[in-house]
Structures are given as structure tokens and as C-alpha cells.
Ligand binder design. Structure first.
Ligand SMILES: CC(C)(COP(=O)(O)OP(=O)(O)OC[C@H]1O[C@@H](n2cnc3c(N)ncnc32)[C@H](O)[C@@H]1OP(=O)(O)O)[C@@H](O)C(=O)NCCC(=O)NCCS
Length: 144
């Protein structure tokens, strides 16, 4: 199964990003659990397109869009990843994260993962992340 990262394009990927953002598991695992609206989603897509502190890629598996991985740059590059339900549990998240950390970043990578989200914690560990700290809400993982 070939996994590729392709740069996020507004029109081409609007629908898959909508599906990803509206997925109930993704919402439950997100630090912002509020469900998206079409307006909010479109604004988000536009903002991230023009924000130099954001980079986003669509994860393709066997030429089909199945997920998204993105970076938000600050003191560290925060990694966010989500896959469509039918693409989970097949190793794709691990492969995508390994690709991301091989890309050039001027700062270390970091992820905040809801406590109890074991598939996500394991996928980040598989990609070389280590637990740095644990709060009441989330596990903070870093990649040197
Ligand atoms: C988290 C996510 C990106 C992981 O990607 P994935 O492709 O499903 O994960 P992988 O198949 O690479 O598996 C990673 C690890 O999790 C385990 N795993 C996968 N699905 C699992 C499940 N449903 N229950 C328990 N463990 C699971 C795998 O066995 C593997 O662990 P191992 O290395 O010990 O064998 C994906 O599941 C997802 O999008 N989930 C919903 C949204 C979400 O949680 N986003 C992350 C927010 S931080």
C-alpha cells in the first residue's frame, strides 16, 4: 500500500477535510471538540492556506485521500494528524508521521494527544516521539 503526502489544496481537498473535521472520533480526540460548520470549515481552510505558520498535507493511500497531517509553527512545530475511519489501524498514520519528521523543520516537533488515545500515542512513538509530560487533559510528546 503506497502512502504519500501531497500538499493540501483548497478546492481539491475541501470535502475530505470536511469529512475529517466532522468525524465524531476526531472531534472527541481533539483539544477543540466543537463540531465544525460549513462556514467555520471554509474559513479554517482559507486561514491555513494563507498562514505562513501552517503547513498541511493530505495523506494518500493507493492514490486515494485518506487523511491529513499538518504542522503549526511556533517555538516548536506542533503536529496534528487525522485519518478517515476506514483508513485507521492499517499503519498509515505511523508511515505519515515518519515522513513528516523527516522533513526539514527549523524547530523540534511536538504533539499534544488526549490521554487515553492509545492508537495516536503509539503511532507517534513508532515515529520516534517520546512522552515529555502528562497533564490532566493530554500527553505532550516531542521529537528531537
Ligand atoms: C491516531 C491515528 C492518526 C493513528 O493512525 P493509524 O494509522 O490508525 O495508526 P497505526 O495503524 O499506524 O497504528 C499505530 C499503533 O496504534 C495501534 N492501534 C491502531 N488502531 C488501534 C485501535 N483501534 N485500538 C488500539 N490500538 C490501535 C496499532 O496497533 C499500532 O500500535 P503498535 O505499533 O503497538 O502495533 C488514527 O487512528 C486517527 O486518525 N484516529 C482518529 C483521530 C485521532 O485520534 N487523531 C489524533 C489526534 S492527536
Amino acid at each position: 500500500m503506497l502512502t504519500e503526502l501531497r500538499p493540501l489544496r483548497f478546492w481539491r481537498h475541501w470535502l475530505v477535510c470536511w469529512r475529517l473535521g466532522a468525524d465524531p472520533t476526531e472531534r472527541a480526540m481533539s483539544l477543540d471538540p466543537s463540531p465544525p460548520t460549513i462556514g467555520k470549515h471554509t474559513c479554517w481552510m482559507l486561514r491555513q492556506r494563507f498562514n505562513p505558520r501552517h503547513r498541511a498535507w493530505i495523506i494518500y493511500s493507493s492514490d486515494k485521500p485518506v487523511g491529513r497531517v499538518r504542522l503549526t509553527f511556533g517555538d516548536v512545530a506542533e503536529v496534528h494528524i487525522t485519518l478517515l475511519p476506514e483508513a485507521r489501524g492499517k499503519g498509515t498514520g505511523t508511515v505519515a508521521l515518519r515522513r513528516v519528521v523527516r522533513m526539514w523543520s527549523p524547530v523540534p516537533y511536538m504533539a499534544r494527544i488526549k490521554r487515553g488515545n492509545q492508537p495516536s500515542i503509539r503511532a507517534f512513538e513508532n515515529a520516534g516521539f517520546k512522552v515529555e509530560s502528562i497533564t490532566a487533559d493530554y500527553v505532550r510528546m516531542v521529537h528531537p
